[in-house]
Design a protein. Structure first.
Length: 133
């Protein structure tokens, strides 16, 4: 009887390790964002290289020359190979492409980020680490 209880406990514990990642992955959907990507050009005001997601704050001039403040989010630092807390700094000019949040807020999920000199900082974890170049 003790052996059966031990086996049952082991089975339950093992199953919890298999299914535990699924709720965490579920919150990473893009349902809160529009389906059509947009591109913004602007000036970085802050870069937050933090978990669970990195955030770039950008000032963008709209069509009527009014300055809009945007927050653009991407994956976690662990997935941004080659990125560091100093990869972006206040004053950097960037071009960001991504999916705008539904409802018209100035919030974006980044799919591409290029510096003013045209260098793409990859947001999918495939930047080269300096020692690998």
């Amino acid at each position: 009887m003790v052996n059966l209880k031990l086996r049952l406990a082991f089975l339950i514990l093992s199953a919890s390790f298999v299914w535990a990642p699924y709720p965490a992955a579920a919150h990473h959907g893009l349902a809160e964002f529009e389906q059509t990507p947009i591109t913004l050009k602007g000036t970085v005001t802050e870069f937050h290289f933090t978990n669970p997601h990195c955030v770039v704050e950008v000032e963008v001039k709209s069509g009527n020359s009014k300055v809009e403040t945007w927050q653009a989010e991407m994956t976690s630092p662990a997935h941004l190979k080659g990125w560091t807390p100093t990869s972006l700094a206040a004053g950097d000019e960037v071009t960001i492409t991504g999916y705008r949040a539904k409802g018209g807020s100035h919030y974006l999920w980044i799919t591409s980020l290029k510096s003013s000199n045209g260098v793409e900082l990859k947001t999918n974890g495939r930047n080269l680490i300096p020692d690998e170049r």
